[in-house]
Write a protein that binds this ligand. Structure first.
Ligand code: FES
Length: 110
């Protein structure tokens, strides 16, 4: 399979209920991952433009659900199922959803 233009790494880390850090899985990461995969595929982008993968903790737990976008090298944070169409649209247009991009202040918290 060809190397894709972009890779989206969706944190699907799960911690025990009540853990002080929480986790992306309890914030809906599984649904976000599946929706991203489905919508990227439905738009015919899966073979060339974007590959959606799961990963363990990206150490941005306070901003979960988090997604690392490479090779652009930025994080999306607080991603919900409702945000997925906009994220996919941004992939198609080569832009990013600025309101979801973690700021230096966000990164300092995690
Ligand atoms: S649990 Fe998702 S970033 Fe840590």
């Amino acid at each position: 399979m060809p190397q894709r233009e972009r890779y989206l790494f969706v944190c699907t880390n799960r911690r025990a209920p009540g853990h002080e850090k929480g986790c992306c899985m309890e914030r809906g990461a599984e649904a976000v991952h599946l929706a991203l995969k489905e919508q990227v595929k439905a738009r015919g982008m899966a073979k060339v433009q974007a590959r959606v993968c799961t990963v363990s903790c990206l150490d941005q737990c306070s901003a979960g659900v988090t997604i690392l976008v490479e090779p652009d090298h930025f994080f999306y944070g607080r991603v919900s199922l409702a945000d997925v169409p906009e994220v996919v649209e941004s992939l198609a247009s080569g832009s990013r959803v600025e309101r979801l991009v973690l700021t230096p202040e966000d990164l300092a918290k995690s």
